[in-house]
Ligand binder design. Structure first.
Ligand SMILES: Cc1cc2nc3c(=O)[nH]c(=O)nc-3n(C[C@H](O)[C@H](O)[C@H](O)COP(=O)(O)OP(=O)(O)OC[C@H]3O[C@@H](n4cnc5c(N)ncnc54)[C@H](O)[C@@H]3O)c2cc1C
Ligand code: FES
Length: 537
C-alpha cells in the first residue's frame, strides 16, 4: 500500500500522516515565501479550493490580490478530499425545505449546479488537464434507512428544480441496498491537485501573487502579519476552512467531523464512472448521520482507482463508539467490498476533517461584525462546490455586484428550526471539557513505543506526549490554546486533535488546523513523570 512517505507530519505538504492519492500522485505546488512588507487591494488567506477560486474570480474581475498559504497549495483539507463535484447536498433537500423554505432550497440547488458549471467552464477556458468528467450521481439507501427517505428527497429535489430521476436499481451496486436510488445527472469529478495547479497557473498568469510557507497572523481590518512582515489590504478573505482567530461566534454554529477514505485498484471497465452515496447511518450517535461516498478515478492503462469514504465521527471522539481510528478503515474496506466486489488490494488510505454547519449551508460572506473581513467556512461534505461558490459570492460582494445567493449563505444568518440539533452539538462540545478530570489514555511516558503518542495526566496537568522513531520524547501541554479543551491523540494521522472545535497539532505541538492560531506550549517532563515543568519558566 502507498502509505506515508512523511513522518512525522510534514504539514507543508498535507495535514496528516497518511498521504492522499492526490498529493501522492503530484508534485507539491510551492511558491516563494513572503520576504518583505507588501500592500494590496485584497489579501486572501488559504491556498485550498476556496482561497484559490476567490483569487481567480477577483483577478478576472480586474482586482489586485495576494494569496498567502502557511503550507503549500492544497496542504489543507482540499488535498485530502475525494472531489465529488455535486449538487446532491449531503444534508438533504427535504431538510433544507424545512429549515429555509422551498424557494431557498431551490436557490441552493441552483447555486451548486452553477458551481459545477463554473468548474467545467474554468477547466475548458484555462485548458486544465485534471481528468474532469461529467458523471451521474446515485443516492441509495443505507441499510438502516427506509425508502421513505428517498421518496421525500426525490420530491424535494424536484421542487428545487433538479432533473433527478428515481431508478429501481442502483447502477453497478452488488448489494440488497441496490434496489432504489435517485439519479442526479450532470455531476462532476476531477483530480483535485491537478485542478489547483491549473488555478494557480491562471492566477499567476493574470498577475496575482501567491506566497507559500507564509502564515497570516494578527488578521485585522488593515491586513495581517506574516513571516514577520506587514501585509496591508483593503479587504481580507479568510479561506482557512475553519476561521482562524478568536471569532468565537462562528465556532458555535459549526462542528468538526473526521472522515476516512480508502482507495483500491479496480480493472478498467468493471465499473462506470459515476458517484455513489448512501443516505447515512440512521442509528449513528452523531447528528451528521455518517454516510458512504464512492467514485472512480483514472489510474493507468489497465486500472482505475475505486475511492470510497465514510465511517465519520466527531473529531477526537472515535473511541466514544469503541471504534478506534484504524478500525474505521477496516470497516470501510468491508463495506466497499460487499458493494463493489471487483475492488482489488488497498493502495491508499487517508482521513480528513469536514466542518458541518448547523443548518446545512456553508457560511460565505462578511465575518459577523466586520465590514471588510470575509469568511468561507462550514462547507460540510460539499466543500468543492461550496468553496467554488465562496469565490463567486465573495467576488460579487467585494465588487458590489448583485448575487442571488448572498443572504442564503450569510454567516450572520439565524436559523431557528435546528434548535434540537444545536443543543445536542453544544452539549457534546461542553462535554469535552470533562476530560480535564478524567485520566489520560497513557499512564506513563514509558508506555509509549517509538512512533506512538497519547495524553498523560499528571495531577491537574494534561500532557500531549509523543515518542519519535529515534526514541526521543516530545511533550507539550494537552490544553488547546483556542478555548482550553483537552486534546486527543489521533493514532492514524499522528496528530493531537481538539474535540471541541477541531484544532489540530503535530506531534511536536505545531498548529496545523484552526481555529487555534498558536502552537502548544512545550513542557519539560522527566521520563518517570514525577515532575512537569513549563519550559518557559
Ligand atoms: C476525506 C474528505 C473527503 C471529502 N470529499 C468531498 C467531496 O467528495 N466533495 C466535496 O464537495 N467536498 C468534499 N470534502 C470537503 C472538501 O474537500 C473541503 O470542504 C474543501 O476542500 C475545503 O476547502 P478550503 O479551501 O475551504 O479549505 P482547505 O483546503 O483546508 O484550505 C485552507 C488552507 O488555509 C491554510 N491556512 C490555515 N491557516 C492559515 C494561516 N493563518 N495563514 C495562511 N494559510 C492558512 C491551510 O494550510 C489550508 O491549506 C471532503 C473532505 C474530506 C476531508
Ligand atoms: S479548538 Fe476550540 S478549544 Fe480547541
Amino acid at each position: 500500500m502507498n502509505t506515508s512517505t512523511i513522518n512525522p507530519i510534514d504539514s507543508n505538504i498535507t495535514s496528516g500522516e497518511n498521504k492522499s492519492f492526490w498529493t501522492a500522485s503530484t508534485q507539491p505546488i510551492i511558491f516563494e515565501k513572503l520576504k518583505e512588507n507588501i500592500e494590496t487591494d485584497i489579501l486572501i488567506v488559504g491556498g485550498g479550493i476556496s482561497g484559490l477560486t476567490t483569487a481567480y474570480c477577483l483577478l478576472k474581475a480586474g482586482r489586485k490580490i495576494i494569496l498567502v498559504e502557511d503550507g503549500y497549495i492544497g496542504s489543507g483539507e482540499t488535498g485530502r478530499t475525494t472531489a465529488h463535484i455535486t449538487c446532491a447536498l449531503d444534508d438533504r433537500y427535504f431538510e433544507l425545505e424545512k429549515i429555509f423554505g422551498k424557494e431557498k432550497a431551490m436557490l441552493a440547488a441552483n447555486s451548486h449546479m452553477e458551481a459545477i458549471q463554473f468548474i467545467a467552464n474554468t477547466v475548458k477556458h484555462e485548458n486544465i488537464d485534471c481528468n474532469f468528467k461529467r458523471v451521474p450521481g446515485y443516492l441509495f439507501l443505507n441499510g438502516s434507512d427506509t425508502k421513505e427517505t428517498l421518496e421525500k428527497e426525490y420530491e424535494a429535489t424536484k421542487n428545487a428544480g433538479l432533473l433527478t430521476e428515481m431508478l429501481e436499481q442502483v447502477p453497478a451496486l452488488a448489494s440488497e441496498e441496490g434496489k432504489w436510488c435517485i439519479k442526479f445527472p450532470e455531476q462532476g469529478q476531477f483530480h483535485i491537485m491537478k485542478y489547483l495547479k491549473g488555478l494557480t497557473d491562471a492566477i499567476i498568469g493574470m498577475g496575482g501573487k501567491i506566497y507559500t510557507e507564509t502564515k497570516a497572523e494578527e488578521i485585522s481590518k488593515d491586513g495581517a502579519k506574516a513571516n514577520g512582515f506587514e501585509i496591508k489590504a483593503k479587504h481580507i478573505v479568510v479561506a482557512t476552512n475553519t476561521p482562524v482567530n478568536d471569532w468565537v461566534v462562528m465556532h458555535t454554529k459549526q462542528w468538526p467531523y473526521r472522515t476516512y477514505v480508502i482507495a483500491a485498484k479496480i480493472p478498467k471497465g468493471k465499473l462506470p464512472y459515476a458517484l455513489w452515496w448512501d443516505t447515512g447511518n440512521k442509528n449513528s450517535k452523531w447528528i451528521g448521520a455518517p454516510y458512504h461516498y464512492v467514485r472512480l478515478q483514472e489510474l493507468d492503462e489497465t486500472n482505475d482507482l475505486l475511492i470510497s469514504g465514510g465511517e465519520d465521527h466527531k473529531v477526537g471522539q472515535a473511541d466514544d463508539e469503541n471504534i478506534p481510528e484504524e478500525e474505521r478503515y477496516i470497516k470501510l474496506v468491508e463495506w466497499t467490498k460487499k458493494r463493489f466486489p471487483a475492488m482489488g488490494n488497498l493502495e491508499y488510505k487517508w482521513s480528513g476533517q469536514v466542518i458541518e454547519p448547523i443548518d446545512s449551508m456553508a457560511f460565505i460572506g462578511k465575518n459577523p461584525g466586520d465590514e471588510n473581513i470575509y469568511i468561507i467556512t462550514g462547507d460540510s461534505g460539499n466543500g468543492i462546490t461550496h468553496g467554488t461558490l465562496g469565490g463567486i459570492i465573495l467576488t460579487d460582494i467585494i465588487t458590489g455586484k448583485e448575487n442571488p445567493w448572498i443572504d442564503l449563505y450569510s454567516p450572520s444568518r439565524i436559523t431557528f428550526k435546528t434548535a434540537g440539533d444545536y443543543l445536542q452539538e453544544v452539549g457534546n462540545m461542553v462535554a469535552q471539557y470533562a476530560d480535564w478530570v478524567t485520566e489520560g489514555d497513557v499512564k506513563d511516558a514509558d508506555e509509549l513505543k517509538p512512533g506512538e503518542g497519547g495524553i498523560i495526566s499528571s495531577g491537574m496537568k494534561k500532557i500531549a506526549a509523543y515518542r519519535d522513531e529515534q526514541n526521543n520524547l516530545h511533550t507539550c501541554t494537552a490544553v488547546c490554546p483556542h478555548l482550553g479543551a483537552i486534546l486527543q491523540w489521533n493514532a492514524e494521522e499522528k496528530s493531537f486533535d481538539c474535540p471541541a472545535h477541531g484544532s489540530r497539532f503535530t506531534t511536536e505541538g505545531k498548529v496545523i488546523n484552526g481555529p487555534a492560531t498558536a502552537d502548544l506550549k512545550k513542557l519539560e517532563v522527566k521520563e518517570e513523570m514525577s515532575q512537569v515543568q513549563d519550559q518557559n519558566k
